[in-house]
Design a protein around this ligand. Structure first.
Ligand code: PLP
Length: 432
């Protein structure tokens, strides 16, 4: 580094020109306080800030970094693609190869065709438009605490930054648009049945996080996704399974690989599928997907959709995410989550470790929350001291109790040891 700067100075400078000093709200450390770390590089399980300090990273770029940061094969593929041109605004063989690989991994029972977009927000937004186009209906059902990106109709009682900042929705969403989304409690099939009995004929789709991880992790009750799908289908509505966060992370074929005894109509992907670059997708059976332009009447487009550099990162990430990677992620999540629990128990801190596959988070309450209302009933104030104690010991956690922790294939024994060593002091800080 030629210039020496502190994290505080970097944040101060950013605040002058970026609203809140950030380009995505949760990065601002709003719920934990202090100046966010400003990072300059990352490798394997580590990130390094502007002061040259290295941290074990459990944010993983909010999900994509499943192989660890700057995986050599991914970097080589990106460099190679970039050297051949950053984009052509036209089709490339790589896009087809990525679609074939995803369809092959997830299975034609769920996916026959894929459309590549640039962000998870675009994927869910397009899936909803497609569901409306397919059914000729307007209403959308979502669950409180689920986050599906920041498009207008999806911000009511969203998780992630909305949960962190305790805002129920967003200003700037016209009332008639907000009125097209009905929000109900998660894991509550009676509420689903009741709603569909009353308004089923108006409902285009229900959108659901495959396993919610934006209000902290809250696994679906056994059979929830299956029964939800059955109810929706009985009323002619589609099911959009949002795998932006779980896709290719919790198993080689995402949450559907762990819990897939039902057939969602559309599935959305993001994060891992782009290997750290802006790439996301939606997919489903051909009969629905072919309603998209240019074949059908539902319009969607993107200047950067299927960008060749992003496709190279995604393809190489998926090709390198083999069975050994998933066993490592599962084992690492198991070790870490029990160590966190043991440390908190040793300090007498009420908590529940929330798991869904290799995703996990802490809820500071003695029983496991099953929905957003319960998630909010916890001693959330304990997270800030826990977080800062870990940070000062060189471990970077998500800066909100409502976010999942992300492990990677690069979290080796040395990285794990650093986390385990930091836990007792962090648990003591949470207790005080
Ligand atoms: N859906 C889920 C389940 C997510 O977790 C996210 C982002 O965190 C999104 C959609 C939105 O994705 P993006 O931030 O790429 O727009």
């Amino acid at each position: 580094m030629t210039e020496s700067i502190t994290n505080e100075q970097a944040f101060e400078r950013a605040r002058a020109v970026l609203p809140g000093g950030v380009n995505s709200p949760v990065r601002a450390f709003g719920s934990v306080g202090g100046a966010p770390r400003s990072f300059v590089s990352a490798r394997g399980p580590y990130v390094t800030d502007v002061e040259g300090r290295e941290y074990v990273d459990l944010v993983g770029s909010w999900g994509p970094a499943i192989l660890g940061h700057a995986h050599p094969a991914v970097i080589a593929a990106v460099q190679d693609a970039a050297a051949r041109g950053l984009g052509f605004g036209a089709s490339t063989p790589g896009e087809t190869e990525l679609a074939e690989l995803v369809i092959d991994r997830v299975g034609t029972r769920y996916l026959e065709k894929l459309r590549l977009v640039s962000t998870g927000t675009e994927a869910t937004m397009t899936a909803i438009r497609l569901a409306r186009g397919a059914t000729g209906r307007d209403l959308l059902v979502k669950f409180a605490g689920h986050y599906h990106g920041h498009s207008d109709g999806l911000l009511a009682e969203g998780g992630s930054g909305l949960a962190t900042l305790a805002i129920p929705g967003s200003a700037g969403v016209p009332a008639p648009i907000a009125a097209q989304t009905i929000v109900i409690g998660y894991n509550d099939l009676d509420a689903v049945r009741e709603l569909f009995a009353e308004r089923g004929h108006e409902i285009a789709a229900v959108i659901v996080e495959a396993a919610p991880a934006n209000m902290g992790v809250v696994a679906p009750a056994p059979g929830f996704n299956r029964d939800l799908t059955e109810i929706a289908h009985n009323h002619g509505a589609l099911v959009i399974l949002d795998e932006v966060l779980t896709g290719f992370r919790v198993s080689p074929s995402g949450w559907l690989g762990l819990d897939g005894d039902y057939s969602p109509d559309l599935v959305t992907y993001g994060k891992v599928i782009g290997g750290g670059l802006p790439l996301a997708a939606l997919g489903g059976r051909a009969a629905v997907m072919d309603l998209l332009a240019p074949l059908g009447p539902v319009y969607q487009a993107g200047t950067l959709s299927g960008n060749p550099v992003a496709v190279a990162a995604g393809l190489t990430t998926l090709k390198n995410a083999d069975a050994a990677v998933y066993s490592h992620l599962d084992a690492t999540a198991a070790t870490l989550s029990s160590a966190v629990s043991a440390a908190l128990s040793a300090e007498g801190v009420d908590h529940s470790i929330q798991r869904a596959g290799n995703l996990f988070s802490i809820a500071f309450r003695s029983t496991a929350p099953t929905n957003y209302a319960e998630v909010k009933q916890q001693d959330a104030f304990r997270y800030a001291p826990f977080f800062h104690s870990m940070l000062s010991a060189g471990v970077s956690l998500p800066p909100s109790v409502y976010e999942a922790w992300f492990v990677s294939a690069a979290h080796d024994a040395a990285a794990l040891d650093r986390i385990l060593d930091a836990l007792p002091a962090a648990a003591a800080a949470a207790a005080s």
